[in-house]
Design a protein around this ligand. Structure first.
Ligand code: PGA
Length: 251
């Protein structure tokens, strides 16, 4: 049985003070909620403060990105070691916004995944097609390309510590959600691909999250699909009531 995971991607929202308030509220809502794994991913600047608020709760902390070197002259970058030291157990890698605005490629995604795994962080690896790619009937080809490049050289053990998030780019922040059937089709495709490249056991245990305009109103139906094991939530994770409701709906 795969345990449901609900992860909140706070993106570039919330100062330290605002992040602390949200974390305090989530702590009230979810302090005893253990039916699903809850992960929150604030900005780098708020990580350590948020950690001090949730460290004694089941709520886990994740970062939104990392650089692959552990230290050095890389002005402006944050290393896996630094993220781990903030209390993170997870890190989002290859989000479509990073691919689009910061030239992230499957190759750099791969380096970041390996760096995360190397220090014991669990990567939440994002894949997904644009609207143009979907309309050109290239969805599966794009996902396959992202998986092939992103997961290159990973072992079964690495995969056992990883999570995949399918986030159709056209559904992120747009209010347009993939239908449960559309999402299920791609989740099943991803699981099948993992089975072929790694093993049946790895594929059966792998959690594949759906992301893209997940909200309390649509989360139950999405999470009810056989191959959807949780959600990566953007906008609706910025308010404690909607995020907590998504978590409660999922189990
Ligand atoms: P959204 O974002 O829920 O606001 O669509 C999801 C994401 O980008 O992870």
């Amino acid at each position: 049985m795969r345990k449901i995971m609900i992860a909140g991607n706070w993106k570039m929202y919330k100062t330290i003070g605002e992040a602390s308030m949200l974390a305090e509220e989530l702590k009230k809502e979810l302090a005893t909620f253990i039916e699903a794994d809850i992960v929150i991913c604030p900005t780098f600047t708020a990580l350590n403060t948020v950690y001090s608020i949730v460290e004694d709760t089941p709520i886990k902390l994740g970062a939104q990105n990392l650089f692959w070197e552990s230290e050095g002259a890389y002005t402006g970058e944050i290393s896996p070691v630094m993220i781990k030291a903030c209390g993170c157990e997870y890190v989002i890698i290859g989000h479509s916004e990073r691919r689009k605005y910061f030239n992230e490629t499957n190759e750099t995604v791969n380096k970041r995944i390996k760096a995360a795994l190397g220090i014991g962080l669990n990567p939440i690896i994002c894949v997904g097609e644009t609207l143009q790619e979907r309309e050109a009937d290239k969805t599966k080809a794009i996902i396959e390309e992202q998986l092939t490049g992103g997961l290159e050289g990973l072992s079964n053990e690495d995969m056992a510590n990883s999570i995949i998030a399918y986030e159709p780019v056209w559904a992120i922040g747009t209010g347009k959600t993939a239908t449960p059937d559309q999402a299920q089709e791609i989740h099943a495709f991803i699981r099948g691909w993992i089975k072929e490249k790694f093993s049946t056991l790895i594929s059966e245990n792998l959690r594949i999250l759906y992301g893209g305009s997940v909200k309390p109103e649509n989360s139950k139906e999405l999470m009810g699909q056989a191959d959807i094991d949780g959600a990566l939530v953007g906008g609706a994770s910025l308010k404690e009531d909607s995020f907590a409701q998504i978590a409660k709906n999922a189990v």
